[in-house]
Design a protein around this ligand. Structure first.
Ligand code: MN
Length: 337
């Protein structure tokens, strides 16, 4: 459902980008390799076309992804520090719902700006701008590659820079779990193959994305395994982290992203769920499904979004126990179907 917003072709979006002089590219909160890779690759492409391009989002580029943006000619700038930039086009990449833009939206509105275009591949979410949403794309970075092709053929986009190629590869590798998830298609591999024409260090990118772990991340994974419960006859795992425990273990949000991975890979588990307490009775939920259960449907009901097999939301509940009960019930109802 697109509501009042229009689906646009990539040709149309390319035309809008061509006309713009200063482009602000937005990515989602709790950034992942796909949103960072897509945003910074697009910025590089636009800078090559003689434009100015900045990237913004509620959270800065996480430490573990800085290797992607270090050599970029663009930069991350928090929304409140954009005054003076005055973009003539604001475009979001990989953002499924306005909630994922977080505090950026009101800050932009305060500057008289709104998101005019969106490029995304999430199946579910809440549209907030005209744009191109293609759920069959494994990553938003795939769509940025298609957009680049049009900019190259029709307008003055130059050859991809190594930085752009690395960012695109990281986006695709990130969202496909290193080409292992069910979203990986022939098209995904063809696009990745195209990026191999550049001297990208795919081995290094994948090692940094998937293998390299900080000690804090391992503490978080250890915690996930030790507090994890099996529910629904072992078909669901759930692990919760309170604010107090997070503090006690010295963990930051950046350290928590892989907690879900260690509890979703257990034999027989069809749905895995990690709940992290946030201030003011809010709970950040990550869900993964290994088969038919559409976890995006559950997360959408709580204001989030995502893919059928990987989704998230930030929901409200009176307590952590209540949050757990609600989610277990929603999974149970879907397992029965
Ligand atoms: Mn993505």
């Amino acid at each position: 459902m697109t509501g009042a917003y229009q689906d646009l072709s990539l040709e149309k979006i390319a035309g809008e980008l061509q006309k713009a002089e200063r482009v602000l590219i937005l990515f989602h909160r709790h950034p992942d390799p796909d949103c960072i890779g897509s945003a910074f690759a697009l910025a590089e492409i636009l800078i090559d076309m003689g434009k100015e391009a900045l990237c913004s989002g509620e959270d800065p580029v996480p430490e573990r992804l800085r290797f992607l943006t270090e050599s970029s000619r663009s930069e991350y700038r928090p929304a409140e520090k954009l005054t003076g930039f005055k973009p003539d086009l604001v475009i979001s990449v990989d953002v499924a719902s306005p909630a994922q833009l977080g505090t950026v939206l009101p800050v932009l509105e305060g500057q008289g700006l709104s998101v005019r275009l969106m490029i995304d591949h999430h199946e579910r979410g809440t549209r907030f701008a005209d744009g191109f949403v293609q759920p069959s794309a494994a990553a938003s970075a795939e769509i940025v590659m298609d957009l680049y092709r049009i900019l190259r053929e029709r307008y003055d986009a130059g050859p991809l820079t190594l930085c752009a190629a690395q960012n695109l590869y990281a986006g695709i590798a990130g969202d496909t779990g290193g080409f292992r998830y069910s979203n990986t298609t022939e098209q995904t591999h063809l696009r990745a193959a195209e990026l191999h024409r550049f001297p990208i260090r795919h081995d290094e990118i994948c090692r940094k994305l998937f293998d390299a772990k900080s000690q804090a991340q391992l503490r978080a994974e250890k915690e996930a395994l030790s507090v994890m419960r099996y529910c629904l006859d072992g078909e669901m795992t759930i692990a919760s982290l309170t604010l107090a425990r997070k503090e006690q273990l010295g963990l930051t949000d950046e350290d928590l992203g892989t907690m879900i991975d260690v509890i979703r890979t257990i034999d027989g588990v069809r749905v895995a769920c990690v709940i992290r307490e946030e201030p003011d009775n809010r709970y950040r939920v990550s869900m993964r499904s290994t088969d038919t259960v559409d976890v995006a449907a559950i997360c959408t009901e709580h204001g989030g979004g995502g893919h059928a097999r990987a989704a998230g939301c930030t929901a409200r509940a009176s307590s952590l126990a209540e949050m757990e009960t609600v989610l277990i019930r929603e999974v149970r109802d879907r397992l029965k179907k």
